[in-house]
Design a binder for this molecule. Sequence first.
Ligand code: BG6
Length: 480
Amino acid sequence: MKKDSCNIIIIFGATGDLTKRKLFPSLNAIFNSEKLPENFKIIGCGRKELEVDIFNQLHDEISKSSEYFKVDPSDNTDFLKLSAKINDLKSNHKAVNIIYYLSTPPRAYSPIIKNLIDNNLNKEDAGFRRIIIEKPFGNDLNSSNELNNLLSSGFNESQIFRIDHYLGKETVQNILVSRFTNYIFNALWSREHISYVEITAAESIGIKGRGEYYDKSGAIKDMFQNHLLELLCLVSMEEPKVKSAESIRNEKINVLKSIRKINCKEDVIRGQYLASETSYKKFKSYKENKGVDKNSKTETFFACKLFIDNKRWEEVPFFIRTGKRLPTKVTEIVVNFKKSINIFGDNNESNTLIFRLQPDEGMLVKFNLKKPGNKSEIINKNLEFHYKKLGDNIINNAYETLILDVFKGDTMLFSRSDFVEKAWKIVDPISEAIKSNKIKIYGYKAGTWGPKKCNDLFRNDNTWRYPCKNLVNDGEICEL
Ligand code: BG6
């Protein structure tokens, strides 16, 4: 008699870093929260025969049913063996649901997808077939279109999950909820009330042994084309008509379509970190990393100013910045409101709303009040909320959320093909300008906030907020 359904994740790149650091720990966490589907099994695939046990990091219950297959992405005979294994499972189960997880270097994506399709491993004859693809999704518009075309020749859009792990973060999902469910925010969410918005994704780490990948990518393709444009969409999009994946994804596309062509000469700053020595640490330069060209001109810091040409945001600048080897690890969105003109004093500061996405996840509003005992002095104070006050372990691991969503078939937190396409349309002109030497690259000392030039983007008295690890403090110097 056939057993009920069996649920499999086939991981290509099973011996790789992402599997070890993110996928296996997330699967363990899903197991611990008792959310793993019944008869779950991992099939790990890699190009070489297995020399060490990769599954011993997994919970015993998962590891005992896991199997490894040597699969060369371009070798059809390896896929025939995989296909035979799946047929075997099919003969013992009423349904076999399969998620293919492409966690390999990007050059292996096309051959794997092609071989899956050629061997009918995409066909949903008994159970679903879904495919997860890690970023980078292509390297420019052309290559991403090619990949999309190949995928859509064998999979429907509802079977394709282009992962952007930022969308799995609890605090990122909160942006829409906090914007649209709070009248006090929603009513003020436009050019009439907001003067500018900052989005920062700062990292204190360097490139962590990923020199070969990073030197070909750089901060623009590694962070801006995907994570930061997603954040920009969430903070600026119109309210979706209904709470559905397609409706939300449509509104994001409307934002991307309205982004004015970035002025590469004046509104883009690129930087690369240099060696430095601070009182607590000595940093080597970016160029000294293994896999990095000694004359590399790849940016490890990127900042830009952009505009969204629609009724809501006309002429409101959005400042976006990301970089490696900055003073601290922080991702946040800062919404700066206009200064209020009033009879009680002109020394009031403008209100600021901060979505702190990580770490010290939370929200903060800066507001004015009368200094007690003093009739004319105004002071600026914080109203703050920290997720940790809700309890321990409130913030899920992003991969945990996303893998569970793939099992449910929920595409809401994944990038649709047209998002990736439109995002490349924004990035490609910047890449072209870099190729033709139209955008300079500045050095910055590791452990600082990037090239000083970065403040020139404002062209007025405003400057970036320099966030600290804790939500409340800011300033160029803060506790690390
Ligand atoms: C990845 C980038 O997508 O995101 C890395 O490739 C970066 O370079 C990482 O370090 C940042 O993610 P998080 O979740 O740590 O902000």
